[in-house]
Design a binder for this molecule. Sequence first.
Ligand code: C2O
Ligand code: CU
Length: 475
Amino acid sequence: AGFSRRRLLQAGVAGALGLGLQRLPGAEPSQAQETKSFRQVQLVAREGEIEPAPGQVSRTWIYNDAFPGPEIRLKEGERLRATVENLLPSGTTIHWHGIPVPNPMDGVPGLTQEPVAPGARFEYAFRAAPAGSYLYHSHVHLQLDRGLHGPLVVEETTPHVTYDRESNLILDDYLPEAPLPLELLAERQQGNGRGGMMGPGMMGRGMGPGMMGPGMMMGGFLVPPYAGLLINGRLPSAPAEFAIRRGERLRLRLFNPASATTFRVAVGGHRLTVTHADGRPVEPVTVDALFISMGERYDVLIEGGRPGLWPIVAATVEGNSPPAVALLRYAGVRGNTPEGFPPVAGRVLRLADLRALSPLPPGSPDRVFDLVLSGRSASEWTINGEIWPDAEPLQIGAGERIRFRLFNRSFMLHPMHLHGHFFQVGAAVKDTVIVPPHMGRIEFDFIADNPGRWLFHCHNLYHLEAGMAREVRYI
Ligand code: C2O
Ligand code: CU
């Protein structure tokens, strides 16, 4: 079986610590001193087996035979050299989600680099700053949804909160088969005369895994229905466990690399003290639950005050499918029957609750962009009516303060993500923000301090694939 804790650990150690790294052919020899200051990591992208529950094996695309991919952990200011080796049948890239890297390292095909060809390697190198919880993932078409993602943690020198231990909690929606390009489907249908796969009433992907059926058409792909929701690669029948002791404080880093699922996360018997939003430190705020959309991260503290076995529940917003479940287990507690699910009532984190410790200085914008998010049809998602990549870049000037005003004229929420920059939204500093459905509005400012060609897009992977993106280009 492809998935086990042991294998994940091995892959994590060998991969994240760079053991067994083969040097890039032709890489220039660096001075010993310089080599020492770099953290070497190798990520091998290839087909492998995952087993989200015992006996439930599927073949998909992953990094270092691990699902989710191995944690990459660095200290703030350390330099990373990450070699991706592509053993997939198609080109790939790695995007370092949330962390402002130099533009050529951003991993966006067609914008910052050509995809790394099958059999080839590419080295990404950048300085890991600022500290925070980030993600790395493929940015080629729908590869993220196959499982090409993992957590990137940059440790702060001095955290603004104290804790005794920490763990990563990685949410996902689980696709047992790969999406099928529609051309291929058409060929197959002509070949065997089997129709009915694209029946009427098929909705856009992104409705959540409750939309069961033959599949959904999105952005030129027929996508099979999700088989379930995962925490750390596990279905609820074989839940991941998080350890805690009475009197301890657990720092849980929540990541959502799912393609099309926004989760509501709550823990039985415990409250969540939110300390970081998208890696940026905030004034701690204690809630009972929080929403985390595609591409977002939250760090929370859990106080170990109620020994027992407690469910960690990540439900869909629509509540239309069984939630992802993990367990919070106190040291010494045996058995496998958790206490009941956390109540649905309680205080839910709002964007307005987030107060960044280092906000942008106040100021008025040099340029303002009004951006309308909508869908012309299920497979066309647009910004101001245009479909990326056939859309005009948003041109900005270095050093300017830029304001984006987002208007959602659709019935779905859109987690909008800006590459290469953090933005100030309300009192929070983030890189991904939910624009609520049905005329929802969000406004944010950022400083144009990282020249290049950057993507701004919806992190619902199927909306991105269907055009909901723009290039932000420095003049
Ligand atoms: Cu996770 Cu273009 O982003
Ligand atoms: Cu969207």
